[in-house]
Design a protein around this ligand. Structure first.
Ligand code: SF4
Ligand SMILES: [Zn+2]
Length: 366
């Protein structure tokens, strides 16, 4: 079966269920007025891991028409509720430029005066390189603004692979000859069965490998998102799947791996099953186990491993027992590991909670 020129396999039952739940959620979705379309969804700065140092991230989330995969006939990915932030109709180029300028102008002076170097991330809960979301003139406007800011050393965008064409890579290369560029791709797992039947991602691992090769030809870095504990997996299977994915991606020399532990987003199949007690987000214990099992300190010289989980320490995000000391300690350990890229931090004792026993008993069932 074919979708957007990408060879793929679909699970029709999964896709229809996702679409049904999504359509119900859409009925309760807000309609965005003109003033809202001139403002980004959100933007912030905070500490982050740059390629070779600790620095800061400046993230801007733009509101666009929405991800073509989520809006299309196959209904999007089983864990993704980003369509609720989308406008569904085209957002005019002038509004998109306003959104960017609003965030950029708000932070640019502080950024220039800061001693830290920055990584700028522009996300749009879809694909930055999809012309239907971000037209060419907007892309070029944004590129021109960024390249003049010396403090921004790295620039990251997200895209599904069908939009990562040679033409768009060449355009990026032409603009940014001195900045490091990374395209973040939601591969989620190297396992095609899991990606097609549990996630509904709509492309195969071989398609990703072709895209990776193309990015390398243009000197553009690739960051891979891995979904930690997709639906229908217990903790044990989630660890195995993610360990295999990390090891494979290291062999392929991807530049960064960002592990996204599942968080329960509104209007998704994941939320539907979670409400029925048929899914639990992963435990921190599992994530730490996975990182220790899949990485060596030597690996981390060439690959950056990131994880900034949404909803961490809450019932909708990765969590242990929800006791504040237990969650804060786990979050702190993860943050320190990501900033330092030092694996030994994962062996730190932290808060020793009684929930570890419960976890060890449950992990194969839940
Ligand atoms: S996860 Fe990405 S590709 Fe999947 S529906 Fe959401 S925005 Fe689209
Ligand atoms: Zn605990």
């Amino acid at each position: 079966m074919k979708a957007n020129n990408i060879s793929s396999e679909f699970n029709r039952v999964l896709s229809e269920k996702i679409k049904f739940i999504q359509q119900n959620a859409q009925k309760r979705k807000s309609i965005y007025g003109e003033e809202q379309l001139k403002r980004p969804v959100s933007f912030w700065t905070k500490n982050d891991r740059l390629k070779n140092e600790i620095g800061k991230e400046f993230t801007i989330i733009l509101r666009t028409k929405g991800c073509n995969w989520a809006l299309g006939e196959w209904g999007g990915c089983s864990m993704c509720g980003y369509f609720l932030d989308a406008n569904f109709e085209d957002v005019p180029a002038t509004h998109l430029i306003n959104q960017f300028d609003y965030a950029f102008n708000d932070k640019i002076n502080a950024l220039k005066q800061d001693n830290n170097n920055y990584i700028l991330k522009i996300f749009n809960s879809g694909s930055f390189l999809d012309e239907n979301e971000i037209p060419k003139e907007v892309r070029k406007y944004i590129y021109n603004k960024i390249l003049k800011v010396a403090k921004i050393k790295e620039f990251v965008i997200e895209s599904r692979i069908e939009h990562i064409t040679s033409e768009k890579l060449e355009e990026l290369r032409e603009f940014f000859d001195s900045k490091y560029i990374e395209i973040a791709i939601g591969l989620e797992t190297v396992n095609d069965y899991v990606r097609s039947n549990y996630i509904n991602k709509g492309f195969l691992f071989k398609d990703f490998k072709d895209t990776l090769k193309r990015c390398k030809e243009y000197g553009i870095g690739v960051k891979v998102y891995l979904l930690f504990k997709p639906l229908f997996m217990n903790e044990h299977a989630a660890i195995d799947d993610c360990v295999r994915s990390i090891k494979t991606l290291i062999e392929l020399s991807v530049n960064s791996i960002s592990i996204n532990p599942m968080n329960i987003q509104k209007g998704t199949l994941t939320e539907y099953l979670w409400f029925q007690n048929r899914y639990r987000p992963p435990w921190f214990y599992s994530l730490f186990k996975c990182l220790k099992k899949s990485l060596t300190q030597k690996n981390l010289i060439n690959v950056r491993v990131l994880s900034d989980p949404s909803g961490a320490g809450t019932k909708r995000g990765i969590h242990n027992c929800l006791k504040r000391d237990c969650e804060n300690s786990a979050k702190e350990i993860l943050k320190s590991f990501v900033l330092s890229q030092n694996l030994s931090i994962l062996d730190q004792k932290g808060y020793e909670c009684t929930c570890k026993k419960k976890y060890n008993l449950q992990k194969v069932f839940y």
